[in-house]
Structures are given as structure tokens and as C-alpha cells.
Design a binder for this molecule. Structure first.
Ligand code: ADP
Ligand code: DAR
Length: 343
């Protein structure tokens, strides 16, 4: 019989905050129809008390079966209630995007990604090795049918040389290995079986297979042409949706393993040089907060910025549309560049 976790006093995760003894008592013996348990959902936040969130879903049903906990986390992170409905909008013409950096002084590169999971199978924390291999087969088959600027090759991690793998990670194209949060969530089981990366020759269109989500569909290129990056991504999503059935609900939008990615599951980012603002982090943080932006390091989550280069992206993903996510990033980056030029 599981007992209430012994969280350290300095634990600040949403799990520590919202897993009350009463909610634990109510949920501790519950399982989803696929057998995913509360303890599996919260293990990452127990093993890593420095988590920001600390909880993962093992399947779509987790969000209902453990809703007293997930609803509280979703409310705090997204400001989104149990009865709220998500709206999707991939109409590129609705994006008001200008060329933010015509002289290429600030924006090094632009990347927009979405997470997707196949509706008929569990999410990564609850999937079996055979099911994960089935995802790899279905997804790689669909990817190999892409053509024009999306045409590319699928490269399984199994058999990839360490040299090639490390170079892809260093060049920001491939996911890192051994993330302790994903490990404790059960997302790294049987690694590297079933994991891989698809990309076109230019590496401007890439798909991660079976990392934190079953697909991370990525469009990226050098420079700040946000609209072109968005167009390529929307083309890829709408093409793949013809052959793959992605998990989606009216309430939560696209279903993902981490509740922070629900809804659009979209992160639109730039790598941007802001040497003067980086010396005035109070102003930097004021602008990013005002524009619903998140600051990450040069190698993404849990990394540091280097040489005044930051990964700046939208923070909102649920209760906003894809166009609004990209608009958040575009408008926030415009404000950061204006502040940098003023300093
Ligand atoms: P995700 O965005 O997929 O949630 P991360 O934050 O870990 O995951 O970023 C994944 C990789 O993408 C990292 O190598 C990161 O440096 C890279 N990346 C993110 N944004 C950009 C960008 N605008 N230009 C180039 N690489 C980027
Ligand atoms: N590291 C986990 C997840 C936070 C959100 N980022 C994701 N999903 N990659 C945490 O609880 O801090």
C-alpha cells in the first residue's frame, strides 16, 4: 500500500504543492484502464524534488482518473479550468509577423515544435517496449512518404554512432540522453529501442520519435524568418494528420505526457543574442513575463545561456491557439530587441 511521499521542505514543484494528503488518500489505489498508477505518475517528482512540475501522464485516461491532481497542476501552470475548452488554429494568414531582425544582428535561429502522440496507444511513461516499437514503425512509415521540402530519412538511435549522435545533439538537432526527470518518469525504459530522428537533407524539418512524446515535429532554420518556419511546420502537421491519428480532446487539446505541453503542445523559440539585456536581468525578466515568454539556455531545458545567447520561447500552450503561441513569441522578441537597442 503506497504511503504519502516524504517531500523535502524545500520542494517547490507543483506536485509538492498540490498533492495534499487528502488527494493522495483519494487517488493512491486508483489505476487507469491500462493499469497506470498514481505512483508511476508522481515518481519523477518524488525522485527529483527539484522538479518544477513533477508529474507525468501514462495515457490519455490519466488526466481523468487522476484529475484532482492534474486539474490543480493544469490550473496553476496554464490558468485553465476543468470545464474550459481548448481551441486549435493553424491558419498561418492569421499571424501578424514582421521581419524582426532585418540586419541579422540578434536572431541566430528560429525553431517551432509541437508534441504529438498516437491516440490508440499509451503515452511514453506507460507504454510497453512492443508498443513503442509499433509507434516507431507507424511513424517512420508515415514520415518516409513525405515529399518536396519535407522529404528525408529516418535514423534509429539503435546503431547510430556515438560521434554522429553527439554531433546532432551539439548542433541542436537531436534530443539529449539520460534526462533524470524523464528517467524517473519511465520515459527512458529500454533505451535506445524504438527511439530515433527523421530529418530532411537541410535539417530544417525534423521529427523526434519516442522521446518525451511519441513525436516532436520540428521546423527550424538559421535567422529570424518566423513565418517561413511556421509555414513549414503547419504543412508537415497537416500532411502527417492524414495518415496518423493523434490523441486530442476538446478539453485538453493535443494530449502529451507532461501537462505543461497540453493544448497546442507548441514551443516557438529563437536563439537570440542580447548582450546588454543579459546584464540587466531584472528588465529582461520583466519583459519576458509581460509577454508570456520563457527563457531557456543554449541547449534547451535545464541548460545555461552562453555568450549572451538565450533560447526565448512562448510559455503559454493550452487555452491559446498555435497562431497565438507564435504571435506571443514574435511580439515578445520584438519587445526584447527594442529594449536591447534602447540600452
Ligand atoms: P523542446 O523544445 O523540444 O521542448 P529543449 O528545450 O530541450 O526541447 O530543446 C531541444 C533542442 O532544441 C536543444 O538542443 C535546443 O538548443 C534546441 N533549440 C531550441 N530552440 C532553438 C532555436 N531557436 N534554434 C536552434 N536550436 C534550438
Ligand atoms: N523536468 C520536469 C518537466 C518540466 C516541463 N518540461 C518538460 N516537460 N520537458 C519538471 O517537472 O521539472
Amino acid at each position: 500500500m503506497p504511503s504519502f511521499p516524504n517531500f523535502p521542505d524545500n520542494c517547490n514543484s507543483l506536485l509538492c504543492k498540490h498533492l495534499t494528503p487528502a488527494i493522495f488518500e483519494k487517488l493512491r489505489n486508483r489505476k487507469t484502464p491500462r493499469g497506470f498508477t498514481l505512483m508511476q505518475a508522481i515518481n519523477s517528482g518524488i525522485v527529483n524534488p527539484d522538479s518544477s512540475i513533477g508529474v507525468y501522464a501514462g495515457d490519455k485516461e490519466s488526466y481523468e482518473v487522476f484529475s484532482p491532481l492534474f486539474d490543480a497542476v493544469i490550473k496553476e501552470y496554464h490558468g485553465f479550468d476543468h470545464e474550459d475548452m481548448h481551441q486549435s488554429n493553424l491558419d498561418i494568414s492569421a499571424l501578424q509577423a514582421t521581419d524582426l531582425d532585418p540586419n541579422n544582428q540578434y536572431i541566430l535561429s528560429t525553431r517551432i515544435r509541437v508534441g504529438r502522440n498516437l491516440d490508440a496507444l499509451p503515452l511514453g511513461p506507460g507504454i510497453s517496449e512492443l508498443q513503442r516499437l509499433d509507434v516507431e514503425k507507424q511513424v517512420s512509415t508515415a514520415l518516409m512518404q513525405l515529399d518536396d521540402d519535407l522529404k528525408g530519412e529516418y535514423y534509429p538511435l539503435e546503431g547510430m554512432s556515438k560521434k554522429v549522435q553527439e554531433q546532432l545533439i551539439q548542433d541542436h538537432f537531436l534530443f539529449k540522453e539520460g534526462d533524470r526527470f524523464l528517467e524517473a518518469a519511465g520515459l527512458n525504459r529500454e533505451w535506445p529501442s524504438g527511439r530515433g530522428i527523421f530529418h530532411n537533407a537541410a535539417k530544417s524539418f525534423l521529427v523526434w520519435v519516442n522521446e518525451e512524446d511519441q513525436l516532436r515535429i520540428i521546423s527550424m532554420q538559421q535567422g529570424g524568418d518566423i513565418k517561413t518556419v511556421f509555414e513549414r511546420l503547419v504543412n508537415a502537421i497537416t500532411t502527417l494528420e492524414k495518415s496518423l491519428h493523434f490523441s486530442y480532446t476538446e478539453h485538453l487539446g493535443y494530449i502529451t505526457s507532461c501537462p505543461t505541453n497540453l493544448g497546442t503542445a507548441m514551443r516557438a523559440s529563437v536563439h537570440i543574442k542580447l548582450p546588454k539585456l543579459s546584464q540587466n536581468m531584472e528588465l529582461f525578466n520583466t519583459i519576458t513575463t509581460e509577454h508570456h515568454l520563457q527563457i531557456r539556455g543554449i541547449h534547451g531545458e535545464h541548460s545555461e545561456s552562453e555568450a549572451g545567447i538565450f533560447d526565448i520561447s512562448n510559455r503559454r500552450r493550452l487555452g491559446v491557439t498555435e497562431v497565438e503561441c507564435v504571435q506571443d513569441m514574435h511580439d515578445g522578441v520584438a519587445a526584447l530587441i527594442a529594449a536591447e537597442e534602447k540600452l
